[in-house]
Design a binder for this molecule. Structure first.
Ligand code: 13P
Length: 247
């Protein structure tokens, strides 16, 4: 499966940060994996313009479930597609915690994203407490079943497994834990989507960086990465994409 490397800038990036996207274009010129950068809303339009003619694509970090209307401060999937964004991250744990997003909301947003022609990157993952209690697989299974839309395919959906305790902490699950979880996710996708479940890419996210990426990409059912902190510097992010091409 062709790997996907997605950079989630979170609430980082000013107009001057476009230099990183410009540099990335040079560093990832003939990449054999798909690469998407997800800057904050304020930079999306400029970023789309900047990557034109390159192999990079641009994604957003959230969208509203409605197409338009009285939703102050929100951005719809249609608006994102309209400016040329290709992807949207949905259900990131930071949004689940800070904005009270639940699986039902993530499902609605994913449906809206697919209707608008965007590829959704739906995030799932357990907390430290849930893993310590031996419930990690059960928690992710429930998130997936409640948030993956009927009829999704590898062309419209990407799943990102991001253990909450591995985000921004430098902690990474063991290879066995990642393979076990990704196999469980693959199984649910096949149950929900039939043969289309085979082609949905399953990314790993949580403290991915250049130095650990190659080993992660060799694991079974790891089809790429959702990268936070290490996506902010073009050279580091480019090194992660290079690892995807050599592993
Ligand atoms: P870090 O790579 O900074 O751990 O963040 C992961 C993440 O949340 C990506 O969405």
């Amino acid at each position: 499966m062709r790997k996907l490397i997605a950079g989630n800038w979170k609430m980082n990036g000013l107009v001057s940060s476009q230099a990183e996207i410009e540099a990335l274009k040079g560093l990832t010129g003939s990449a054999t994996c798909d690469i998407v950068v997800c800057p904050p809303f304020t930079l999306l339009d400029r970023a789309v313009e900047r990557v034109k003619g390159s192999s990079l694509t641009i994604g957003a970090q959230d969208c509203h479930a409605q197409q338009s209307g009285a939703h102050t401060g929100d951005i719809s999937a249609e608006m994102l597609a309209d400016i040329g964004a290709h992807y949207v991250i949905l259900g990131h744990s930071e949004r689940r915690v800070a904005h009270g997003e639940d699986d039902a909301m993530v499902l609605e947003k994913a449906v809206a994203a697919h209707q608008a022609g965007l590829i959704s990157i739906v995030c799932v993952g357990e907390t430290r407490h849930e893993r310590d209690e031996g419930r990690a697989i059960k928690v992710v299974d429930k998130q997936l079943r409640a948030s993956v839309p009927e009829g999704a395919t590898g062309q419209t959906l990407v799943i990102a497994y991001e253990p909450v305790w591995a985000i921004g902490t430098g902690l990474v699950p063991t290879n066995e834990q990642i393979e076990e979880m990704h196999a469980a996710i693959r199984q649910v996708l096949q149950e929900r989507l039939g043969s289309d479940g085979h082609s949905v890419r399953i990314l790993y996210g949580g403290s991915v960086k250049a130095s650990n990426a190659e080993a992660l990409f060799r694991l079974r059912n790891v089809d790429g990465a959702l990268v936070g902190g290490a996506s902010l510097k073009a050279s580091e992010f480019a090194a992660v994409t290079l690892a995807a091409q050599t592993s």
